[in-house]
Design a protein around this ligand. Structure first.
Ligand code: ATR
Length: 280
């Protein structure tokens, strides 16, 4: 029987993971299957689906909304990335063990550094939003050697709280958190990442134009939405802004999970080409 993998979420029909992992299996010549499982809306649905998949011999799973927290809680082992993110997006099953990882932040860093060619070492990085997406990104950005990380959020207290919680784990990389107005006291940033859900509602977070350094990389974590209001704002604020959406983050986090499961890192170019929507 072929090794089985899956993505679990609710809803799940929109997930690109089966397409991405199908391409990875092709390009690496790995004999495996990858399916989408709907964990349902009722309490206990996730745990039941997980148990059934493991009992049927499943080897690993990607986890998406709304089960990322449950996936971490139910694991027998978790990486620092998953623990600090407070969420798991990949599981690996080995006998009685359920290992949890979170590759979202690592995928983001890999996309920025490798695909977009912007090394984060020594850079000033601004993260907009103080939810799960920011929480998962901070540690990998610090590990990449950023000079300073600032979290700015509509609700200032949430950003302050998150910065306080994560600061001790960043190996000395300075981290601050506050409202958008607190950015007035900061020098401009080399990389500005929109980790809010504002783009989904057709809005841009209220980041002041002075926060964008000339030649800034503006990165929106949403994907497939073209030039979002945030990316437009960045282009207006800094004439020579480079803009990117989150398609590369999606593909690279999948590649990390694939490599963890199969021991071979897939070439991501074909998946990136297939999923990229022009930023216009
Ligand atoms: P996720 O897990 O995807 O990060 P979340 O935990 O719901 O999602 O967090 C959403 C983030 O987007 C929050 O930081 C939220 O700001 P608040 O904490 O002030 O609610 C932010 N957000 C959502 N809509 C926004 C908007 N229109 N402008 C600015 N920030 C917005």
């Amino acid at each position: 029987m072929l090794d089985r993998y899956a993505v679990i979420g609710h809803p799940i029909a929109h997930s690109k993971s089966p397409l991405i992992h199908g391409l990875f299996a092709q390009v690496t010549g790995q004999a495996m299957t990858y399916e989408a499982i709907d964990g349902g809306a009722d309490e206990g649905g996730f745990a039941r689906a997980l148990a059934a998949f493991r009992a049927a011999g499943g080897k690993g799973m990607n986890v998406t909304l709304p089960f990322k927290l449950q996936a971490l809680v139910g694991a027998t082992q978790a990486s620092d990335d998953a623990r600090l993110a407070g969420a798991a997006n990949a599981l690996r099953f080995d006998g009685d063990r359920i290992e949890a990882r979170n590759f979202d932040g690592i995928g983001l860093v890999r996309d920025i550094e490798v695909n977009l060619g912007v090394p984060l070492a020594g850079k000033r990085v601004l993260l907009l939003g103080a939810g799960g997406a920011t929480r998962g990104a901070v540690l990998p950005i610090a590990r990449a050697g950023a000079a300073r990380i600032v979290i700015a959020n509509r609700t200032a207290a949430k950003a302050q709280e998150l910065a306080r919680e994560l600061s001790p784990h960043l190996g000395g990389v300075p981290l601050a958190g506050g409202g958008f107005d607190a950015l007035a006291g900061e020098s401009p940033f080399d990389v500005v990442i929109n980790a809010t859900s504002a783009s989904l509602g057709g809005e841009a977070p209220a980041v002041p134009p002075a926060a964008f350094a000339p030649g800034v990389l503006a990165y929106d974590m949403v994907y497939g939405k073209g030039l979002t209001p945030f990316l437009k704002l960045a282009q207006q604020a800094a004439g020579a802004a480079r803009v990117a959406d989150g398609v590369g983050m999606l593909v690279e986090q999948a590649a990390e999970a694939f490599a963890w499961w199969r021991g071979v890192r897939p070439d991501t170019r074909e998946a990136l080409t297939r999923l990229t929507v022009p930023l216009v």
